[in-house]
Write a protein that binds this ligand. Structure first.
Ligand code: TYD
Ligand code: MG
Length: 429
């Protein structure tokens, strides 16, 4: 028998077929040094929060998938971004497969966008869209949504897995060949995954999700994958009458509804990517009525909470094991870094003692199994953010003091070596 025949799936064959003209027609290995990057200059949207999550702006040829629940503001954000990106010489193209051009115009009016720089194209056939882009490559392209576009030559129905895979691969090829930054809007299913195949996530360069906690006017844009930047960054927006506005001071936002003098509430300067954000951690400790004690956490890891309960019990002498424990990170944020340990532990201790921790205090640091406090990254940035928001005192690991050159911005620092020391400092026992 001869070697097995490997047939490439149709969409891959098309994706990797090289164009007859343009830079990518050079089909030979190139040394790293030879490869020019001038063409890769970022195109900033001018929406700071959006650019941050993108890793500094759109990249020519970059394919970005923007997912999120219906009504969260995907179309709004992208229309605003296109208007800012487009110039008179180089218009942007908004392809709408779900709304009529009139509906898009109405939204634009509401956003006070009336420029001639944004072209609207109501089309769902992939061929027609590709032809329009090739005829006049736009400064940026939005496909709203990828589920609505289809290739009539395929048997399957629009929105089916094979259609989505096929047309996404075509937009990938188009973006790379023409150097057009392309944003695909993707619907999410009821359980929050992007509708369509997972292969879509592998195919694109960047996957962004738009999220919100129920009922809140605030939206968080988060990168789940980014070939051109960090996935730790978040962008915070507020839906207003005239579109999405940037929230320039997320710390103030996340603390705005914090109860004063309530037991079980502690503020931590958490790092979200490169930026410190003050976040409130809440804990509620309640004697277990019967059965196994519950450990329920929102925005914090359950196992980590169980570990902190054990350390509080064993190393700080708190009687927690027979209690139900609830931990919540306010504002729908996720506290994933170890620096959150101390704040969660102090929130638990404060709830158990039914004593609030002093107002104006914040806490951060990793807690070890021996009850020791370990230093964490970016001490200085965290302290500065606290001072900016009017905090007066910070409890932090003793070792974290090494990296600090000078006392920080009017914030009193309380370095501690152990969790027990920290509990004694903030609560009367
Ligand atoms: P939209 O961008 O259409 O969401 P998506 O494309 O993700 O489905 O946003 C729809 C919601 O936003 C809708 O409920 C109306 C609201 N909205 C505002 O509050 N202010 C505005 O300026 C705009 C354009 C929309
Ligand atoms: Mg929409």
């Amino acid at each position: 028998m001869g070697p097995a025949q490997v047939t490439k799936p149709a969409h891959l064959a098309r994706t990797f077929r090289l164009p007859s003209s343009g830079a990518s027609s050079v089909s030979r290995p190139t040394s790293l040094e030879e490869i020019g990057v001038e063409a890769c200059e970022r195109r900033k949207t001018g929406i700071g929060e959006f650019d941050r999550v993108l890793g500094g702006g759109l990249v020519p040829g970059g394919l970005v998938l923007v997912g999120g629940d219906p009504g969260i503001g995907k179309s709004t954000l992208l229309l605003q971004a296109l208007d800012l990106l487009a110039t008179n010489d180089s218009p942007a193209l908004y392809v709408t497969g779900e709304e009529s051009p009139e509906q898009v115009r109405l939204r634009a009016d509401r956003l006070r966008i009336t420029s001639a720089k944004v072209l609207v194209y109501a089309e769902t056939r992939a061929d027609a869209i590709v032809a329009a882009v090739e005829a006049q490559p736009p400064r940026a392209l939005v496909i709203d949504s990828i589920q609505s576009v289809f290739d009539p030559s395929l048997d399957s129905a629009p929105g089916s897995v094979s259609q989505i895979r096929e047309v996404s691969a075509r937009f990938l090829y188009l973006a790379k060949a023409r150097g057009v930054p392309t944003l695909l809007v993707g619907h999410v299913t009821k359980d929050g995954a992007l509708a369509g195949p997972r292969v879509l996530e592998h195919l694109v360069d960047t996957v962004l999700y738009f999220e919100r906690s129920t009922g809140s006017p605030y939206r968080i844009l988060r990168a789940h994958k980014n070939r051109f930047g960090s996935t730790n960054e978040i962008g915070v927006f507020e839906m207003r009458e005239t579109g999405l506005g940037e929230v320039e001071n997320p710390s103030a936002l996340f603390l705005s509804e914090r109860p004063t003098d309530a037991p079980g509430s502690v503020v931590i300067p958490a790092m979200e990517g490169t930026r410190p954000i003050l976040v409130e951690v809440q804990a509620l400790v309640n004697p277990t009525a019967f059965g196994t004690p519950r450990r329920t956490c929102l925005g914090f890891d359950n196992n980590r909470a169980a570990l902190l309960v054990a350390v509080l019990e064993q190393r700080a002498g708190l009687q927690l094991l027979g209690c139900d424990v609830f931990v919540n990170v306010a504002g729908g944020l996720e506290l994933q870094e170890p620096a959150g340990d101390l704040a969660v532990a102090l929130a638990l201790a404060s709830s158990l003692a039914a004593q609030p921790i002093p107002t104006g205090w914040l806490a951060f640091g990793e807690v070890g199994l021996a009850g020791e406090l370990r230093s964490v990254a970016q001490t200085k940035l965290r302290i500065l953010e606290g001072a900016k928001l009017g905090f007066t005192d910070a409890v932090l690991p003793n070792n974290a003091m090494d990296g600090l050159s000078s006392p920080s911005e009017g914030l009193r620092l309380h370095p501690v070596k152990t969790l027990a020391e920290a509990v004694d400092l903030v609560l009367q026992r």
